[in-house]
Structures are given as C-alpha cells and as structure tokens.
Design a protein around this ligand. Structure first.
Ligand code: S3P
Length: 170
C-alpha cells in the first residue's frame, strides 16, 4: 500500500488513525493541517484570523496536490471538500476512507480537544456545527471508496477495519 487518504469531519480521528496506519504500513503520515502551517509559517487560527478562510483553502489545495504526488497516509482537514478542485482530485484516486461519526460524538471530541484549535468550530454553537456536518456528509460519502463508522470503536479497531477492507478490495 503506497497511499491512502482519510477524510471526515473535525473530531473524527483522521490524524490519530493516520498515525497508526502510517506505522502499520511503514509509510509517512502526511498531515495536511501541519503542511499548511509549515507553508504559511503560521498557526491555523492565525491564518484564519490574519489572512481569512479563502487563503487557508488555497493553501489546502496546494498541499493536497503535493501530498497526492507522494507516498503516505494523507490526513486531510475536515473542510477539504469545500473546494471543487480537491473534490475532483480525490474522486480520481483510490483508497479514500471516510471516518464517519455522529454529530454528538464529534462535537464532544471537538469540545474536549485542548490541543487543536479549530476556527470553524471553537466559537460555533452545537447547532451550527451540526449544520456544517450535515452539509458535508453527502460529499464525504460521494468521494469515499470506503466508509468506516467510528462510533464506540478504538483507534486500533478502526485501523484494523481499514486494513481489512483495503485487503478485501485488492
Ligand atoms: C476545518 C478542519 C480543520 C482545519 C481547519 C478547517 C474544517 O481540520 O483544517 O480548522 O473546515 O472543517 P480537522 O478536521 O483536522 O480538525
């Protein structure tokens, strides 16, 4: 396995699952948010604050294209499908995995996450976050080759399920 891409809403565990998959598969983890911060030399909240979301989305497309030309487990940001170019790129490749969770679970995780600052969630109400999720679900499902339900599963269980499904698809 040379490349797989994790998509899903904020709080669905793309980065932590990506870490475990990268270890299991022996290929690098390509974390798009980290790549964006490196490219901009700024944190995600600062990019949103000082440059705006449109600039963030431009960088997201640049780093996604870079990542798709590399070997690795790609952990995308939850809003990667807001740009049509990204949607088309992800539709044209294989091994795109959607980590699907319930709104309540995702909101709980976002709230309890003191490490990752999320400009599009941290100051939003639960209703607004749920609406954003609802607007995105059909796109995640459309682009995904594999859908993994994350409810009540550990990261190891999710990783194993992904590896099994990829094996079956061969
Ligand atoms: C975003 C999700 C974040 C990050 C940015 C925007 C979004 O990534 O890219 O704050 O639009 O859903 P995570 O999904 O890793 O939190």
């Amino acid at each position: 396995m040379k490349q797989l891409t994790l998509i899903g809403f904020m709080g669905s565990g793309k980065s932590t699952t990506g870490q475990m998959l990268s270890k299991e598969l022996g290929i690098p983890l390509l974390e798009l948010d980290q790549m964006i911060e490196k490219e901009a030399k700024m944190s995600i909240p600062d990019i949103f604050d000082l440059k705006g979301e449109a600039y963030f989305r431009e960088l997201e497309t640049v780093v996604l294209t870079k990542a798709l030309n590399s070997i690795g487990v790609i952990a995308t940001g939850g809003g990667v499908l807001t740009n049509n170019k990204n949607v088309n790129q992800l539709k044209s490749i294989h091994n795109v995995i959607y980590l699907k969770g319930e709104a309540s679970t995702l909101i709980e995780r976002i709230k309890n996450d003191s490490i990752n600052k999320r400009p599009l969630a941290d100051t939003s109400t639960e209703i607004e976050i749920t609406k954003r999720l609802e607007n995105r679900v059909s796109q995640y499902e459309e682009v995904a080759d594999i859908i993994i339900e994350i409810e009540n599963k550990s990261i190891s269980e999710i990783t194993l399920e992904i590896l099994n499904q990829l094996e079956e698809m061969k």
